[in-house]
Ligand binder design. Structure first.
Ligand code: NAI
Length: 212
């Protein structure tokens, strides 16, 4: 499929399409119109058509969309048809919560190793994955075909650990530390800040309260 330059706004909606279509697949729904999809997703049918047209369009006039096909194609666009090996660095509260979440594996994200500097944690396991010392990180990344590092460590540590990961050829970083990481071009960083989401919620709540 030919891909044009796609806006970040469209890309940010693809996981949402993927999630809703996954539900329809599970329910055995075979086809869906943009109108039906818009009702389920609470967005406009024209936006859905516009978004999907960016990828060449998957719908057929009078038929709508083939749910399974669309689900699989969006999965491919998102790279979910491939497996990715991950290491998680920082086995504290957040790291443990992420490591315990089994659904990442369903999407092809396999946590291969967990690392922490705290010696008390070494040798403990989370879902059969042993928590290892940081000294073992570099060789592990080099020898286990690791694409993605998940950083659930404080920001000062994240900056230092990132430098090591870059040297080991890491391709992507899922960064939960509250810092903008400086990485060479070609390395992908996705920052996740739950507090930003909470602030958006706070903004909406605030506006509602001002209206009343
Ligand atoms: P925590 O204190 O429970 O866990 C942090 C873990 O990182 C500890 O096990 C510690 O030993 C380890 N660690 C610290 N420095 C390290 C290093 N240089 N190398 C390896 N391991 C190291 O903290 P929690 O609650 O799990 O949060 C972790 C980080 O994530 C914090 O910096 C926090 O601010 C951030 N955070 C970010 C959120 C977000 O939405 N982005 C949400 C919650 C926390």
């Amino acid at each position: 499929m030919e891909e044009k330059e796609i806006s970040r706004a469209v890309i940010s909606r693809l996981p949402i399409y993927y999630r809703y279509l996954g539900q329809l697949v599970d329910e055995g729904v075979e086809r869906v119109s943009s109108k039906e999809l818009s009702n389920i997703m609470r967005s406009s049918a024209s936006q859905i058509r516009q978004d999907l047209n960016c990828f060449g369009g998957f719908g057929q006039q009078g038929y709508g969309y083939n749910v399974k096909f669309l689900y699989e194609e969006i999965g491919k666009i998102l790279g979910l048809d491939k497996k990715h090996n991950l290491v998680l660095i920082g086995a504290g509260n957040l790291g443990q919560a992420l490591a315990n979440y089994v659904n990442f594996e369903r999407r092809g994200f396999i946590i291969k190793g967990i690392f922490d500097k705290n010696t008390v944690l070494h040798g403990k396991t989370i879902r059969d994955i042993t928590i290892s010392p940081m000294e073992d990180l570099n060789s592990f990344v080099l020898n286990n075909n690791i694409d993605i590092a998940v950083l659930t460590i404080p920001k000062e540590s994240a900056v230092v650990v990132t430098q090591d990961l870059v040297k080991c050829g890491i391709k992507a970083i899922w960064n939960f530390a509250h810092v903008d990481l400086d990485v060479p071009e070609g390395i992908v960083v996705e920052n996740v800040h739950l507090s930003e989401s909470l602030m958006k919620l706070s903004y909406d709540l605030n506006r509602k309260e001002l209206e009343n």
